[in-house]
Design a protein around this ligand. Structure first.
Ligand code: ATP
Ligand code: MG
Length: 653
């Protein structure tokens, strides 16, 4: 993934995470606040309905007080004006007062006058809860409160819920209405009980008044207000169970339902107020939260775009250039390329450092190449000197022998013969023919000629070996002079002859190693194209190492076997085997390392140079040994179809 994509991904993740967190918090806090607002709205409705009902009760109370304050009423209750009821009380009076129930009781609860009108038909009806004859002194309508001195509240009846207000009627004589029940400070001798049914009409009136009020408010959510009997369906269980205040429920119909209970005169009875509110506030909340989310996202995206653009210009683009340059340098292996970024910030410094590093790299690379070249030269020079040294040993020995043999030439005999012949210069024929010494002259001469011939041959052999060695040295020196560019010259060679040549170079050296049996096992092989001098170099090294290994072992039956065979259809194998000191298994590959030697005066170059030479001519050199004291064998495998100079190099590669 590119740097740019990563940055974009990180920024997008940050924006989305921020938006999610912000939205979550907003939902939690705004949800809470909006929900409270919504409930407060419903609670206000509930409270206003409560107040309206209270107002109705106050109205009833006021009317009851009016009646109780009438002197005629006081006298009627005291039994002094029995006609009062027939004249001043009746359905018309009730209609005027706007009440559905009118009871006048004396201090014992005896109903002096009483009537109940159906709210819809306005006919007189019997109300189970209000007997016509008398109300018990425990009747809710007579349970005056000490503090208030009156009764006001809702009472459930079998017809409708009833708003009820009772006030005492005081007489001058102060006849008592049961003191512990009434708790009156002053004596009373009767009571006025007024009631108004909370029937459908009144309910509607209250609700309509409420709704009219609400609809005056701007942006008010549509709502439904109801006064429900306790038996109404779908009331929340907790409303009936507990005495807790209001109950709110978010309905599946998408409305908020708020419930409250009206205080009732009879415990256990509950007239329920219900407000069902459309959740416009909730909808507003959702919409605002969504708008907030949208604006956060849009704002975040805008910031993101600006940031990405800036990062692209300030960071990504320069880094991309830097990366492209680095890649190009790697691909083209060209340390002359420079980034060249004229900036002063960290990226500019990085680019500057990068360029400086390249500068140093180019310099040190040139140094390394030079060092490697010198090292290569010195390694090759070492190899060449080593081989020259090897050959010079043989050359030295051959020259010494030739000198010695020249010294040994039978010249004394010849000088002695010349002296004898000079002394008989005048009678040479008589001396040769008659003198007994002269008779030996011819056989002596022929013997001398034979001896001189043999000595000449021996000297010639040494001189030939000397020549061969010198030629080899010359070739080695030529190779050294032109090591960098030249490749060896390949010629058709008879491998057996090459073996013999190498052996003759080493012969004198081998002689210094004591008595060694040399075994030749040469198979018939066609001529093979090889670089003769490289081959010579390798064989001389192998034979010398074998001689040294045999010398190291000591003892008798020391054998050097030179074998020529096929190692496959197209490979010739030259093997140099000895039964000398042997090689430990762990050294079998190390012996080819430059400088590895186990010899006191060794250099560890011979096998290294030989292995390199083998590779250069497309051959392979490897060793085998059964371990210390059990001899060693070196194999040089040469491909036989080599016909050109380039091919071995290819094969070697
Ligand atoms: N025929 C052999 N038998 C046993 N060990 C051998 C034989 N040929 C080589 N080695 C081991 O391999 C080592 C490396 O041989 P190499 O010819 O490279 O170096 P060297 O003979 O020690 O020294 P120089 O550089 O003078 O030849 C030798 O020191 C020797 O331990
Ligand atoms: Mg050696």
């Amino acid at each position: 993934m590119s740097l740019r994509s990563k940055i974009v991904l990180i920024l997008v993740t940050v924006v989305v995470a921020y938006a999610a967190l912000d939205n979550g918090l907003l939902r939690a806090f705004a949800g809470h606040a909006f929900g409270r607002w919504e409930r407060e709205d419903a609670a206000q409705d509930l409270a206003r309905v409560q107040r309206r009902i209270d107002a109705e009760l106050q109205d009833l109370l006021g009317k009851a007080r009016l009646y109780a304050g009438m002197e005629a009423m006081s006298r009627f209750v005291g039994g002094a004006a029995p006609a009062f009821a027939d004249e001043d009380l009746g359905p018309e009076a009730m209609e005027r007062a706007g009440v559905d129930l009118f009871y006048v009781c004396d201090e014992r609860g005896t109903v002096l006058w009483g009537n109940v009108l159906d709210p819809s038909t306005r006919e007189s009806v019997r109300l189970r809860e209000f007997p016509r004859e008398a109300l018990s002194l425990n009747h809710e309508a007579l349970l005056f409160r000490a503090q208030a001195g009156h009764v006001a509240g809702v009472m459930m009846t079998h017809l409708h819920p009833l708003l009820l207000a009772t006030v005492p009627v005081r007489g001058p004589e102060g006849a008592l209405l049961s003191a512990e029940v009434s708790g009156f400070e002053r004596p009373a001798h009767g009571a006025i009980v007024l009631g108004r049914f909370l029937g459908p009409e009144l309910k509607q009136r209250i609700v309509d008044g409420e709704l009219a009020l609400v609809s005056d408010k701007t942006h008010a959510a549509p709502r439904r207000i109801e006064l429900l009997d306790p038996g109404a369906p779908d009331l929340p269980a907790e409303l009936l169970r507990t005495e807790a205040g209001q109950v709110y429920r978010a309905g599946e119909d998408g409305l908020l339902h708020a419930y409250d209970r009206l205080s009732s005169l009879r415990t256990g009875e509950k007239l329920v107020l219900h407000v069902a509110l459309e959740r416009t506030i909730e909808a507003h909340k959702r919409m605002s939260v969504n708008y907030a989310l949208l604006s956060t996202l849009i704002g975040g995206l805008l910031i993101l775009l600006v940031l990405v653009r800036l990062l692209q210009r300030i960071v990504v683009a320069p880094l991309t250039t830097l990366t492209a340059k680095a890649t190009e340098i790697g691909r083209r292996d060209d340390t002359s390329i420079r980034v060249g970024m004229p900036r002063t910030d960290e990226i500019g410094q990085l680019a500057g450092e990068f360029d400086r590093m390249l500068e140093k790299l180019a310099k040190s690379r040139a140094q390394v190449i030079e060092t490697a070249r010198l090292a290569g030269m010195s390694e090759i020079a070492t190899g060449v000197l080593h081989n020259v040294g090897n050959v010079l040993n043989s050359v030295n020995v051959a020259a010494n022998l030739a000198t010695k043999k020249t010294e040994d030439l039978s010249l004394c005999d010849l000088e002695m013969l010349v002296g004898v012949l000079q002394s008989h210069e005048r009678d040479l024929s008589a001396f040769v023919g008659q003198d007994p010494r002269g008779k030996h002259l011819v056989p002596f001469l022929s013997e001398l000629a034979g001896a001189l011939g043999t000595q000449r041959k021996s000297i010639q052999d040494e001189l030939r070996a000397l020549n061969q060695g010198i030629e080899h040295i010359a070739e080695l020196v030529r190779a050294q002079q032109s090591f960098a560019g030249t490749k060896g010259v390949f010629e058709n060679s008879v491998l057996a002859e090459e073996f013999e040549g190498a052996l003759s170079i080493c012969r004198q050296g081998l002689m210094t190693c004591g008595e060694i049996e040399i075994v030749r096992e040469f198979a018939e092989l066609p001529p093979v194209r090889v670089d003769k001098h490289k081959l010579m170099e390798i064989l001389v090294n192998l034979i010398q190492n074998a001689g040294q290994a045999l010398a190291e072992r000591g003892g008798s039956e020391r054998r050097l076997t030179l074998r020529l065979a096929r190692a496959g259809e197209r490979t010739a194998r030259l093997e140099v085997r000895d039964n000398g000191a042997g090689i430990p298994a762990e050294n079998l590959t190390r012996i080819f390392n430059h400088g590895f030697t186990t010899k006191k005066n060794g250099h560890g170059f011979g096998l290294h140079v030989s292995a390199n030479a083998a590779t250069e001519m497309g051959a392979k050199l490897h060793a085998a040994s059964d371990g210390p004291g059990r001899g060693a064998a070196f194999f040089l495998d040469i491909p036989m179809q080599v016909t050109s100079v380039e091919e071995p190099a290819l094969a070697a590669a």
